[in-house]
Structure formats: C-alpha cells, structure tokens
Design a protein around this ligand. Structure first.
Ligand code: PEP
Length: 253
C-alpha cells in the first residue's frame, strides 16, 4: 500500500488514490453540482485520496463546488511544459496552481493517440508540473496490437523510462484496449503488469481501463494496484462514489 499523495505540503497517510477523469464532459455548471455532491465523500472513505479531473474550462466550477474545506482534490487533464510563453491553447502549471488545482494528468492515451503527445513531451510536462508544485498522474499503456505482438513489456519500459521519479508523481497503467471499451484487464493481468512496472519505477501505480463499481474490488485488492484512474464510471456521481467506497473497504480490510 502506498503513502498517499496530498497537496505537496500535506502530511502523508496510507491511502489509495481514486481519480475521476471527466475527459471533455461536464462544463462549469455540471462540475460545480457534481463536486458539491461529493465534497464530503472523503469523510466516508478513510484512506482514499479522491481526485476529480475536469476539463480546463470546468476547473473553477469544480473547485467552487468543493469549497475551502473539502479533502477532494482537483487535477487538470494536461499541463504545458513551460511556465509561460507563446503557446496558444495551452495552460501552464502556475495558472493551474493559481486556480487552486493540485495536480495534472500527463500522457493520457487519448493525448498520445489524438494530439501528438510523445514520450518526450510527457516527460517535459511532468517535470515542469512537479517543479512548479503540482502532483502528477503519468499514464502509460500498450495498444491491443502491441499486446498481441508480445510487445507490452518493451512499450511500457520505454514509456516509463521517460517518467521522472518524484514523491508527488504516480503512474497510471492504462491498457489502451481497455479504455472506454468495457474490456478490463483481469485482476491477474493487471497485477502482473503492475508488478513489471513496479520493477522499473518507484511510483505508486493506478490501474485504468473500464473500472466500475462491479470490478473495482478485485482490481484494487491486487498487491501492486495502488488505486484507479476512472473514466466513464466517474461521470455519474453515484458510480464514482461507489468506486471510492469500494476502495475504502479494501483499505480497511
Ligand atoms: C480513462 O479515460 O482514463 C479511462 C480509464 O476511461 P474508462 O474508465 O472509461 O475506460
């Protein structure tokens, strides 16, 4: 069990991390209603670090819904590798910190596949964010073709080699074939792959790929699964809460 990531200055507690990736869903209004509903969720989920990752335009709304005393944290879905500059359409780490965001995802497979993200830009984004004081969730994962060709370990080794080691960085293993498809790496495959990643990098490792309340317990019970990055099932407050409650049961067991 890893020692949870708080805001960089917060004390560490034994914890699992459950992060909801809202992708390009939920504007500011919906984000505010959602977080208003879950602002006290951590009281019912001891040992679980709860994170939501809204689109840039909904960060402020999500933070407003949480108010000043919620333990739920808000991460962006990406962050630029420079502090400022002529980078139209990008958002920097200091801008996120000024809003009150605590961290950022980097290297999500949708960024890699659809927006030209490379191992090197993932590294640069992660390094800049960490240096600025944000926590980071760095995503890695193989495609179905790569897995079928027996290239999973090579792909992961290459991707992980670009991810800096830092006390405020966690990895997310997200097999691309399991994202948004309803296919999940079974607990055994998840465990085996996490153990391999663990041999390469010291960070805690979240599993991501069609995690739902029904399969979360089996995945989170694996010794090298330190939490979950949840896409589709994080869009509905009831199912996101259910995943967090399952995680709390695992922590308490
Ligand atoms: C994700 O987008 O990070 C993700 C894991 O999505 P889903 O849970 O919908 O597969």
């Amino acid at each position: 069990m890893w020692r949870g990531l708080g805001r960089p200055e917060s004390p560490k507690i034994a914890a699992v991390l459950i992060a909801g990736n809202w992708k390009m869903f939920k504007g500011a209004h919906e984000a505010r209603s959602f977080t208003t509903r879950i602002r006290n969720l951590p009281v019912r989920t001891p040992g679980v670090d709860v994170v939501v990752c809204p689109a840039f335009a909904a960060l402020q709304g999500a933070l407003e819904g949480l108010g000043s005393d919620s333990a739920v944290r808000v991460y962006a879905q990406s962050v630029h590798w420079e502090i400022e500059g002529a980078y139209t359409g990008e958002v920097s780490a200091p801008m996120l910190l000024e809003l009150g965001a605590s961290g950022a995802i980097v290297g999500h497979s949708e960024r890699r596949q659809l927006f030209g993200e490379t191992d090197d830009t993932v590294r640069r984004r992660a390094e800049c964010a960490l240096e600025a004081g944000l926590a980071v969730i760095a995503c890695v994962g193989e495609t179905e073709t790569e897995r079928e060709a027996g290239k999973t370990e090579g792909v992961l080794a290459r991707q992980v080699s670009f991810v800096p080691a830092h006390e405020h960085l966690v990895l997310a293993y997200e097999p691309v074939w399991a994202i948004g498809t309803g296919k999940t790496a079974g607990p055994d495959v998840a465990q085996e792959t996490h153990a391999y990643i663990r041999s390469l990098h010291p960070a805690p490792i979240l599993y991501g790929g069609s995690v739902k309340p029904e399969n979360a317990a089996a995945l989170l019970a694996q010794p090298d699964v330190d939490g979950a990055l949840v896409g589709g099932a994080s869009l509905d407050p009831a199912s996101f809460e259910a995943v967090c409650l399952v995680a709390a049961e695992i922590v308490a067991a």
